[in-house]
Design a protein around this ligand. Structure first.
Ligand code: SF4
Length: 251
C-alpha cells in the first residue's frame, strides 16, 4: 500500500517561487521531499524536470523494496532491448523530444526512417490511433512494432543519448528476469519491477484535453502538427498538486 501526503506550501521568495513538501509512504519506507516551483503559471512541459526527479524517487523506492526482498534488477548499461519497444510518451514529452531532435539532423533522420519502416509494415494507421485501440489491437500493435526491431531514434551504440531527460515510461522500465528474455518479451518470460505509483500515467492524464499518449516514434510528426495548440497551463504549484492528485487517485 502506498500513500502520498501533501504537507504544505511555503513561500520562499514572495511571488517568485514556492516550496512544496510532500511525503511518500510505501509499506515500511518513506520518502520526504520538497520541490521548488516557480509561482507563475507554467506548462507541464516546463515542469518536466520536476516530474522526472519525482519519478526517479519513486523508482528508487521500488528498487530499495526489491533489494530488501532479495530481488536483483537485470538492467545494465548497454543493454537496450527495451529501446525497441513502442514507448508511449505524454504530450509535453513529445514536444520536449521534438525540441531535442531539432538540433540533431541524424536523430531527425532516424525518426523518419523508423516511421517509414513502421508504415511499410502496415502499422501507420494503428500507430496514429494507438491511444484509441482496444486491448487486443493495442497488444497486436505492440507485438508487431517490437517484431520490427526498430531502435529508438535517440539510441546510439546501444546507449540512450538523452538518458538524463528520457521519458518517464523509459525510467519506469526495469526487469528482474534474465536480460536475454527481453529480446522476445512475454508476460511469462519477463517480470518487471513493481512500482507503487506510475508517474508516467499521471503525466499522460495531466490537463488532458487531446491525446493521452503518443508513440515516441510519432513525437516529431505529432508536435509539427500541434505546435500552435494551446498548452495546459496553471500556476506551477497547482499543476504539480494536480499531478500528485492524479497519482493518488490511481493508487
Ligand atoms: S528515449 Fe532513451 S531510454 Fe527511451 S527508448 Fe529511446 S533510447 Fe531508450
Amino acid at each position: 500500500m502506498v500513500s502520498v501526503t501533501l504537507f504544505r506550501y511555503s513561500g520562499t521568495v514572495p511571488d517568485t517561487s514556492v516550496n512544496l513538501s510532500f511525503e511518500l509512504k510505501f509499506v515500511d519506507r518513506t520518502i520526504s521531499a520538497s520541490v521548488a516551483l516557480p509561482a507563475r503559471p507554467a506548462t507541464a512541459a516546463e515542469l518536466l524536470p520536476v516530474f522526472q526527479g519525482f519519478s526517479n524517487a519513486i523508482i528508487g523506492l521500488a528498487q530499495a523494496r526489491a533489494a530488501d526482498a532479495g530481488l536483483s534488477i537485470s538492467c545494465r548499461k548497454g543493454c537496450a532491448a527495451c529501446c525497441r519497444l513502442l514507448v508511449p510518451v505524454a504530450e509535453p514529452e513529445a514536444r520536449h523530444l521534438s525540441a531535442l531532435a531539432e538540433a540533431r539532423p541524424q536523430v531527425r533522420q532516424r525518426f523518419a526512417q523508423a516511421l517509414r519502416r513502421a508504415e511499410e509494415a502496415g502499422l501507420g494507421e494503428a500507430l496514429r490511433s494507438a491511444e484509441h485501440l482496444g486491448r487486443e489491437r493495442h497488444d497486436a500493435l505492440m507485438n508487431a512494432y517490437l517484431a520490427l526491431r526498430i531502435p529508438c531514434p535517440f539510441l546510439e551504440d546501444e546507449l540512450c543519448t538523452i538518458y538524463e531527460t528520457r521519458p518517464l515510461q523509459c525510467r519506469e522500465y526495469f526487469v528482474l528476469t534474465p536480460p536475454e528474455n527481453c529480446e522476445r518479451p512475454t508476460p511469462e518470460t519477463v517480470q518487471g519491477l513493481a512500482l507503487p505509483l506510475r508517474p508516467s500515467q499521471a503525466l499522460h492524464r495531466l490537463g488532458q484535453r487531446g491525446m493521452r499518449w503518443i508513440p515516441l516514434v510519432l513525437a516529431l510528426e505529432w508536435t509539427a502538427s500541434h505546435r500552435a495548440d494551446p498548452q495546459h497551463m496553471a500556476p506551477a504549484p497547482e499543476l504539480f498538486r494536480e499531478f500528485l492528485d492524479i497519482l493518488r487517485s490511481r493508487v
